[in-house]
Design a protein around this ligand. Structure first.
Ligand SMILES: O=c1ccn([C@@H]2O[C@H](COP(=O)(O)OP(=O)(O)O[C@H]3O[C@H](CO)[C@@H](O)[C@H](O)[C@H]3O)[C@@H](O)[C@H]2O)c(=O)[nH]1
Length: 499
């Protein structure tokens, strides 16, 4: 049997964490593998994600996932399909208590169909959806991890035991003050992670930037417990595919990572919906390529067409952060207006997001042709448009990588989770953006001015171009391609061994 026809029998099921920033890269991975080796790829998503994806694509399953079958897993999570996605707590509850039996049902049904070539050869599990790892074990299906964000974040959560034993955090994840009396400026923000040699000290990250420090004490503790469980389950994985590139641009400053014995870390990113991994481009624009959970405003592109090259400030805080509050929104609005440049601002239409906007702000700036506020934009199309001059971003991984892909310099305003780590890479390691120290009107205005004009702006533009070259065109691509091949070869071998 030829390698091609042998590969055609391999069914791989992909299980993402149910949030936009996770479903998108997992779908890109599924497509990359489906197109490469004739793999039969199935994306198993909770029912509420399935409904959202289908409703953005006219209900055509083939179109929705584009060469990847999309299967709904009952979740029991109520969802009105509106601006606000279901919250973290209800998602975690569904993942631990509701979805496992249904995924097990799917895998067993596939095994029963094995005679027709349907048994799953592998389950690719988002490491944050680690609930699926024991399901795979129960069904006798090999599980492989997928880490959708910067590997640096993985290193931080994998180092939780080290952070505890060195007195950086308590047993419940709370940052601890230094044991000496030498309180310096960095210590007042938290202890420096660089001191533990977890990440390069050039990043200037501290314990205040740890990814589970989201919301109040109860939320922080439950997120920390979630991470502990995640890290524990990840230990059993033989292989983790990482949606990032080796070294993450840290060069010599990057300390090599020692995985647990027997575990392989394969960098396969950044994954995009294009042909840069040797596959045909999706027939639709990326905005409609099937992963979106919200309808993109169709008027963004024609508005951009009317703007001068490089003049527009694009602002978006992604899909998975809480409203930043009326005071900050008010200041942002004033700062954007004061900067005197056209801006396109993605701001969910839910009142909790827009509270704080000055009266008639959206209408006034639109009428004057100075700006546009939409609740969801076709972001990749926006970033590749020549009118965009900079991106004010919350530093979600996908947004950061998309900005690099399209060569757009950034103004970094991290809000929660891994975004502080991403921001540190963008600003301190890659020099592809600057940090917005606060949302105050003058700070926003000054930052936009320094990025859009003068020496600083030119420096950022050059650095983004250098990163783009390295990540999108250089050695990073060939490593990603090679690692995808290695991964597929491993699946084929273990499937052959098992049969
Ligand atoms: O108007 C918009 C806004 C966003 N996007 C897309 O939505 C995705 C957003 O992803 P990301 O930038 O990663 O932000 P979040 O959705 O907020 O992502 C969550 O998940 C990411 C992956 O785990 C983390 O890095 C982030 O911190 C976390 O907030 C990107 O592909 C964008 O292109 C649109 O298409 N239109």
């Amino acid at each position: 049997m030829s390698a091609e026809s042998a590969q055609a029998r391999r069914a791989i099921v992909f299980v993402p964490f149910p949030a936009q920033g996770h479903v998108t890269p997992m779908l890109h991975l599924a497509r990359a593998l489906a197109d490469r080796g004739g793999v039969a790829a199935t994306l198993a998503v909770p029912d509420f994600v399935h409904r959202r994806m289908m409703s953005q694509d006219g209900g055509d399953n083939d179109n929705a996932a584009g060469r990847v079958a999309l299967v709904p897993i009952p979740s029991g999570v109520p969802d009105d399909g509106g601006d606000e996605p279901p919250g973290f707590a209800s998602i975690v509850h569904a993942m631990e208590h509701h979805m496992p039996a249904h995924l097990e049902g799917l895998l067993l049904a596939m095994a029963r169909a094995a005679g027709r070539g349907g048994a799953a050869a592998c389950l690719v599990v988002d490491v944050l959806a680690s609930w699926a790892v024991p399901v795979a074990a129960r069904c006798g299906v090999p599980a492989v991890g997928f880490w959708p964000v910067m590997f640096a974040s993985y290193r931080v959560v994998a180092a939780i035991p080290e952070l505890i034993s060195n007195g950086f955090i308590s047993g419940t994840g709370t940052p601890l003050p230094p044991s000496t009396n030498k309180i310096n400026e960095a210590d007042s923000k938290g202890r420096k992670l660089g001191d533990l040699d977890i990440l390069p000290s050039k990043l200037e990250l501290s314990t205040a930037d740890l990814p589970w420090l989201v919301g109040g004490a109860a939320s922080r503790q439950s997120r920390f417990a979630f991470w502990l469980q995640t890290v524990d389950r990840a230990k059993s994985l033989d292989c983790i595919l990482v949606n990032s590139f080796p070294g993450e641009g840290a060069g010599d400053a990057d300390r090599p990572y020692d995985p647990p014995p027997g575990q392989r870390i394969l960098h396969v990113g950044p994954l995009f919906d294009d042909d840069s991994l040797g596959r045909p481009p999706c027939r639709k624009s990326t905005a409609a390529a099937g992963a979106a959970m919200w309808q993109a405003d169709p008027t963004c592109m024609e508005w951009l067409d009317r703007q001068s090259p490089g003049s527009v400030v694009y602002v978006s805080f992604g899909s998975w952060v809480a409203p930043i509050g009326p005071d900050k929104i008010a200041q942002f609005a004033l700062g954007l207006e004061a900067a005197g440049r056209p801006f396109l601002w993605v701001l969910k239409s839910h009142p909790s997001w827009r509270a704080g906007l000055p009266d008639q702000f959206a209408e006034t700036i639109a009428a004057a042709g100075r700006g546009k506020i939409v609740s969801w934009a076709p972001q990749e199309d926006v970033l590749r448009h020549g009118a965009v001059g900079c991106f004010v971003t919350h530093c979600g991984t996908n947004s950061a990588l998309e900005a690099i892909r399209h060569g757009v310099r950034m103004i970094c305003y991290p809000i929660s989770g891994d975004q502080f780590i991403n921001s540190a890479y963008i600003v301190n390691m890659w020099g592809a953006g600057i940090a917005l120290a606060s949302s105050d009107r003058d700070c926003v205005k000054d930052c936009i001015e320094s990025v859009m004009e003068g020496e600083e702006g030119r420096r950022l533009q050059e650095n983004v171009a250098r990163m783009r070259e390295m990540v999108m065109l250089g050695e990073g691509r060939s490593i990603a391609k090679r690692n995808l091949d290695l991964f597929l070869e491993g699946i084929i071998k273990s499937d052959d061994d098992a049969s």
